[in-house]
Design a protein around this ligand. Structure first.
Ligand SMILES: Cc1ncc(C[n+]2csc(CCOP(=O)(O)OP(=O)(O)O)c2C)c(N)n1
Ligand SMILES: [Mg+2]
Length: 532
């Protein structure tokens, strides 16, 4: 397409493509059409979403599943503010994406003239939910900002990056041509003194335990060695589910919210926390995970290490590398697993605790696990069945169970699953949402239908906002606003180009899921609480 003029808009898109981004999720509008001038020429795949929030959720799912960032293209003002909820979700869960928005013309910025799509300061709005938020006032700045954006997407703690470009600048012609920016600087190397101090502490640990978070989710080999050497236990956060198989005798899985694991954590004398914020959303019984023993923290984000904590050894490094370095220098020794026993009995205690109130939920999660091929991927929403699955869905490989952990946004599952399926068409991908949460983003069934994505969407229908209803009852509040009228899910799915099926019990789930995974297009699988 040599007839396409070299405008700043085309330069941006071709530069994005030249730096390895192959997919953009977005919605064009009059303010950002100049970005679209280059899309065809750059062979950047564009996926039209039905809402900007869903475009950003899809970019999130694309990156979670594949490790590769996608672009999000939105208009000024409402396009950006619509996307920001999903950008915040990605930011809280350390997921990269490149968000490019137009802004109104330069002359109007900050003047409150009341131009179309006006916001006081788009960059400031985006800054709170991104790693880096930039605004370009000239073509030269577009280039330097894109270089900075790609460096931030590639190295360190991976999170969204925002770039705003005025619509009049996008339309300008330019001498600039796309280039591949230099690779990001290497990951920080662990300080040898900190590593030595950690080894000394671990060498005398009687009751060692490791908490692995999302930053350590690909550190399976190092963790396995370390667990053997230390004779200790592993707890993962939900983001690190599957880092080693759930059946490994040292692995307690994503069980921080449960009594049996909290008791073990309280008894540990040395804890390694690798690539985790030790956040409320990892434990849900207090605002922070408290570690009574001595704490060794490994994190690529210096901000996570800045907080003063008693007797803490801080290792600023990429978690897999630092865990491997720790394992290398440690002599084999007797910790406490040979005395306390393998994880199995404690896992039985956790399942018993879940079973006290959630045996039906456990049945659904187990049926889903049994029905899904081993390389299957689940994108879950904020629903009780997912809270149970956060622990109970057996993940024997990382990146196979995804949950909107940090920001906890309803509506995540379906659009994120669409993004994942686009990134990895060969993998079985499933969305799992509640009857209320799925309604936040259900229109994206149409996107999945348009792209003929074989995508099962499991809707856990308990005809209520059940978790909130339970919380109200527990707080002594008369339930209000926790049950509304549900749509006819099957009729609605059909209207959106999807197939639909009611799954009547655990035995039926296997066949229904296989059919949906082989279908041409999405299938809404309604799972009613009463049927399980
Ligand atoms: C955007 C957003 N709004 C509100 C909430 C609060 N919230 C969390 S769970 C929930 C109820 C969801 O109901 P449903 O999807 O049916 O799941 P269930 O609890 O019934 O399993 C609500 C309103 C939220 N997490 N995100
Ligand atoms: Mg519900």
């Amino acid at each position: 397409m040599s007839t396409v003029p070299w405008t700043v808009g085309r330069y941006v898109i071709e530069t994005v493509a030249a730096n390895g981004i192959d997919t953009a999720f977005g919605i064009p509008g009059v303010h950002n059409i100049e970005l679209y001038r280059g899309v065809g020429a750059a062979r950047l795949r564009h996926v039209l979403a039905r809402h900007e929030q869903n475009a950003a959720f899809a970019a999130d799912g694309y990156a979670r599943a594949s490790g590769r960032p996608a672009a999000v293209l939105v208009i000024s003002g409402p396009g950006l503010s619509n996307a920001l909820t999903a950008v915040a979700q990605a930011c809280s869960d350390s997921v990269p994406m490149l968000v490019i928005a137009s802004t109104p013309v330069r002359a109007s910025l900050g003047k409150r003239w009341g131009v179309l799509h006006e916001l006081p300061d788009q960059r400031a709005l985006a800054a709170g939910v991104t790693r880096l938020a930039l605004h370009a006032n000239s073509a030269t700045e577009v280039r330097t900002h894109l270089a900075a954006a790609f460096a931030a997407l590639a190295g360190g703690r991976r999170r969204p990056v925002y770039l705003g470009i005025p619509l009049d600048l996008l339309a300008e012609t330019t001498e600039l041509r796309p280039e591949r920016f230099a690779a990001a600087s290497r990951a920080p190397q662990a300080d040898p003194q900190a590593l030595a101090a950690a080894r000394t502490l671990l060498a005398s640990a009687a009751r060692p335990l490791i908490i692995a978070g999302g930053g350590a989710r690909h550190a399976g080999a190092a963790l396995t060695r370390l667990l053997e050497t230390l004779d200790g236990y592993l707890i993962t956060t939900v983001a690190a589910k599957g880092v080693i198989p759930e059946s490994h005798p040292a692995n307690l899985g994503a069980s921080l919210p449960y009594r049996a694991t909290q008791e073990l954590l309280a008894a540990a004398d040395v804890v390694i926390a690798a690539g985790t914020e030790l956040a409320e959303t990892d434990i849900y019984t207090t605002v922070r995970v408290t570690v009574p023993g001595r704490l060794i923290r490994i994190d690529i984000d210096p901000a996570q290490l800045a907080e003063p904590a008693a007797q803490q050894i801080a290792i600023h490094a990429d978690a897999p590398a630092a865990l491997a370095a720790l394992a290398d220098g440690l002599p084999g020794r007797r910790g406490w697993r040979h005395v306390q026993g393998d994880a199995g009995p404690r896992r039985a205690m956790i399942e018993a605790q879940i079973g006290e109130h959630g045996s039906t939920l456990l049945r659904v999660v187990r049926a889903l696990r049994a029905a899904l091929p081993a390389d299957g991927v689940v994108f879950s929403d904020m629903t009780q069945v997912a809270y149970t699955g956060n622990y109970a869905f057996a993940a024997d490989r990382p990146d196979s169970w995804f949950h909107p952990c940090g920001y906890g946004t309803l509506g995540f599952a379906l659009p994120a699953a669409i993004g994942a399926k686009i990134a990895q068409p060969e993998r079985p991908v499933v969305a799992l949402a509640g009857d209320f949460g799925v309604q936040f983003t259900l229109q994206e069934l149409l996107t999945a239908a348009e792209l003929e994505l074989p995508l099962p969407v499991l809707v856990w229908n308990n005809s209520s906002l059940k978790q909130i209803r339970d919380d109200m009852l527990a707080a002594g509040i008369e339930p209000v606003g926790v049950s509304g009228r549900n749509p006819d899910f099957e009729g609605l799915a059909a209207a959106l180009g999807a197939q639909a099926l009611r799954v009547r019990g655990p035995e039926a789930l296997g066949a229904a899921l296989s059919r949906a995974l082989a279908a041409r297009g999405p299938t809404l699988l309604e799972v009613r609480a009463g049927d399980f």
